[in-house]
Design a protein around this ligand. Structure first.
Ligand SMILES: NC(=O)c1ccc[n+]([C@@H]2O[C@H](COP(=O)([O-])OP(=O)(O)OC[C@H]3O[C@@H](n4cnc5c(N)ncnc54)[C@H](OP(=O)(O)O)[C@@H]3O)[C@@H](O)[C@H]2O)c1
Length: 291
């Protein structure tokens, strides 16, 4: 099986285009699931302070010294080289209650302690919480930590165009990523165009629409045509658009299936059929309603 290609962020840091998302993974299951995902070939993990599972993620990654298994090719009889922290990409996020310069500094310290890590690859503002009016202060704290080398790339999540404009007014570092809800029913064309103009990578959360888009008849027809699953069709669509994707799954079979999307291509006609599914339908909260 091919592994995920890597994309360059706007500061040259490389990120696996396809990673594993840990929202709603119970804390007690996180270490086991991350270990399973490592074995399946994942090298990029997306957690958040709010998910409550940073400790489990850190535990699985911390146990890596001596880890020599897994990954594509594992099981082929050849010994895979051991993985180390530098082979992995880990994202966490500052939660809404911790907006502001000092609060974000404290939240970062707590996350790093939970993860048991010296540095994080990507740190995001989880929601803009525009009514609180503090996201520029949080971002200033993140710029400080970035300059100190504690964070390899900084970014945002759930930012709409007006939030990005306000952030960029005072920011010294252009965010590397904006992680937003994105799937065939909510394609975020305006944001994607703005990101492309500004050099910000689009990262899709709920890339499968929390599973709902898997039932879409157009997706199912394409799955039958390509002899692939609905999840593979949707993930392939994301990859061909250039999105970073972080599907969540709970079994080894699904983890493997979601990573097995590099051996086929959707045609322009297939991509157009999926583009026609836009319906402005969210499966999660609207950023204006989270404060
Ligand atoms: N920044 C934010 O505000 C934000 C918000 C939401 C999510 N996120 C991030 O985005 C990640 C992914 O989003 P999500 O977890 O909401 O939704 P998702 O990845 O779109 O969908 C996950 C659902 O799809 C199912 N699924 C996964 N692979 C499948 C397959 N091959 N066949 C059939 N069903 C499959 C999963 O079932 P099982 O688990 O039962 O296998 C789960 O119910 C999160 O884990 C989190 O890291 C970020």
């Amino acid at each position: 099986m091919k592994t995920s290609p890597r994309l360059s962020l706007n500061n040259g840091v490389l990120i696996d285009q396809l990673g594993f998302g840990l929202y709603k993974v119970p804390p007690a299951d996180a270490a086991g699931l991350v270990t399973m995902a490592l074995e399946a070939g994942y090298r990029h993990f997306d957690t958040a302070a709010m998910y409550g599972n940073e400790t489990g993620v850190g535990k699985a990654i911390g146990a890596l010294s001596g880890y020599a298994g897994g990954g594509p090719g594992g099981g082929s009889g050849e010994a895979a080289p051991p993985l180390s922290r530098e082979d992995l990409f880990v994202t966490t996020k500052v939660w809404n209650d911790d907006h502001g310069y000092d609060a974000t500094m404290r939240a970062f310290a707590t996350s790093m302690s939970n993860l048991g890590m010296e540095y994080i690859d990507l740190y995001l503002i989880h929601w803009p919480c525009a009514r609180r009016g503090l996201f520029t202060e949080s971002y200033r704290a993140m710029e400080t930590l970035y300059r100190e080398g504690r964070i390899r790339a900084i970014g945002v999540s759930n930012f709409q165009p007006a939030h990005l404009e306000r952030l960029l007014d005072g920011a010294e570092v252009v965010p590397a990523v904006n992680q937003v809800e994105l799937h065939p029913w909510l394609q975020q064309d305006e944001l994607r165009e703005m990101h492309a103009r500004l050099g910000i990578r689009t990262e899709a959360w709920s890339p499968l629409g929390r599973g709902h888009v898997l039932e879409d008849p157009v997706v199912l027809a394409l799955a039958a045509e390509h002899h692939r699953t609905a999840a593979q069709i949707i993930l392939r669509w994301h990859l061909q658009l250039g999105n970073i994707v972080i599907p969540k799954a709970s079994s080894y079979a699904r983890l493997r299936q979601n990573l097995d999307v590099f051996g086929f291509t959707l045609s322009d006609t297939d991509m157009a059929a999926l583009a026609s599914l836009e319906r402005g339908r969210r499966t999660g909260s609207h950023p204006d309603h989270v404060n």
